[in-house]
Design a protein around this ligand. Structure first.
Ligand SMILES: Cc1ncc(COP(=O)(O)O)c(C=O)c1O
Length: 444
């Protein structure tokens, strides 16, 4: 079986406070085995310093404003960390908004997304009041007008523009192509018409434009193309309606290094390239105003900070085909491999510097053949049941997409900093599993 992964695990895939000490994985001074013993497995472990450093890199790179896309990973501790680092927060549902507000996040730093916001979600955003709602359809503007007529506060709106470009990423992660459920098409004139509708209503204020072209993007071309088209729209808004565009948010999307072969730009390189491209685009389009260039990253703030620890339960070789190493999690804690064919690396935490001289498939424990966490992973050939295996770079869209398939409990989330580990989301219990069951709810 072939694998593109190197024989030895590459420790540069680890977050900055993690190290291999005497062959063992240690995160911010805490041994991985100790984390597994204390919090159970699987467990999501986050290096707090890595997340904070990435927030700071973004603030330097985009001085006009950065919002963290909370869909990548949200809980109370994360919302507070983001606020402490001076970033805004982007939410994409009433649930994310409720968590942010419960964590004490200032509503005036919250931007509210969603392609099908309900009346309740819109009302919650308007009454918070959130910094802005990202308008995604004309139906939504109708709903906002009805809510304002019923005394809800007048919201500020960014218009979600679909620039109609190829972001060079997985089709499920591409959101800026013409065929997308998100936003108003620029090409068809729908985006300009949406701005006009906002300008004409008393039920909303026009705050600017928003575009998010996709996720896990390594190449600048998609951002360049989007910015060129958006600059043209800014000019058209100036000339048609005689108003400035205060803010242009270019969304998130910067890719991260899941495997040794991945080579994304750094946050600083990405920011410099986007800023330069934006300036050029405005100049070429002959735009008079200077919109604030803002961004909304999720993955590139949290993915590299997270490591998931699993315990090996069974090892089974199908002769001539492959060896399955089954662990105690799977698609319930990391849906990405099944959803997008996402790739990860893996290593044994107690001998992280050992040769990974076997190519195996790391499987989960769910009743789906597609429940495979790492296909063609490299691990030591003498791997034994009971060893602890880690998959780095699992901080984004892991816990956020976690589910209870097969009634498996969701793992704890643990933040580690300066030699101390704290659970920020506790591990689910069997009682949690039946809590919503009207018949069984009281029996646990
Ligand atoms: C509107 C919007 N903004 C920001 C993001 C964050 O993207 P990423 O995690 O790739 O940075 C997403 C992700 O889907 C999104 O839909």
């Amino acid at each position: 079986m072939a694998s593109t992964q190197p024989m030895r695990f590459d420790p540069t895939l680890l977050p900055r406070s993690a190290a291999i000490v005497g062959g063992r994985l240690v995160v911010a001074g805490v041994d991985a085995e100790a984390l597994a013993d204390e919090f159970g497995t699987p467990v999501y472990v986050y290096d707090e310093a890595e997340m904070r450093a990435r927030c700071r890199e973004y603030r330097v790179g985009f001085p006009d404003g950065v919002s963290y896309a909370s869909k990548a990973f949200l809980c109370g501790a994360m919302a507070r960390l983001i606020a402490e680092e001076g970033l805004g927060l982007d939410v994409a549902s009433g649930g994310e908004l409720a968590i942010a507000l419960a964590a004490g996040v200032d509503p005036s730093s919250i931007t509210v997304h969603g392609n099908n916001k309900s009346d309740d979600e819109l009302f919650a955003a308007m009454s918070a009041p959130a910094k802005a709602i990202v308008l995604d359809s004309t139906d939504e503007l109708d709903r906002i007008e009805r809510l304002v007529a019923a005394e809800a506060p007048v919201p500020s709106l960014l218009v979600r523009v679909n620039p109609g470009i190829d972001a060079h990423t997985h089709e499920y992660l591409a959101t800026g192509a013409t065929d997308s459920k998100f936003g108003f098409s620029l090409e068809s004139g729908a985006a300009l018409a949406a701005v006009e509708a906002i300008v004409q209503t008393n039920a909303a204020r026009f705050a600017g434009l928003h575009a998010h072209i996709g996720s896990q993007i390594f190449r600048p071309e998609g951002f360049d193309a989007a910015l060129a088209r958006l600059a043209g729209l800014v000019r058209d808004i100036e000339t048609r309606f005689g108003i400035d565009v205060d803010e242009l948010c270019i969304g998130g999307g910067l890719g991260v290094r899941y495997t040794t072969g991945d080579d994304p730009p750094s946050i600083g390189q990405h920011a410099a390239a986007v800023r330069e491209s934006f300036g050029d685009a405005l100049g070429r389009a002959g735009v008079a105003c200077r919109p604030r260039l803002t961004t909304e990253p999720g993955r590139s703030i949290v993915a590299p900070a997270g490591i998931t620890l699993y315990r090996v339960g069974t090892i089974k070789t199908v002769p001539g085909i492959r060896t399955y190493v089954s662990v105690d999690g799977g698609i319930s804690d990391n849906l990405r491999p099944a959803l997008y064919g996402a790739q990860y690396e893996a290593f044994v935490t107690s001998r992280a510097d050992a040769d990974r001289d076997a190519v195996v498939t790391i499987a989960g424990k769910h009743c789906e053949q597609g429940d495979l966490l790492v296909r063609d992973a490299r691990l030591p050939a003498d791997l034994a049941v009971g060893e602890l295996v880690a998959t780095p770079c699992t901080g984004a869209y892991g816990h956020a997409m976690a589910n209870n398939y097969n009634s498996i409990v969701r793992p704890a989330v643990v933040f580690v900093a300066d030699g101390a580990a704290r659970a920020v989301v506790r591990r689910e219990t069997l009682a949690d599993l039946v809590a919503r069951d009207v018949v069984l709810g009281d029996s646990a």
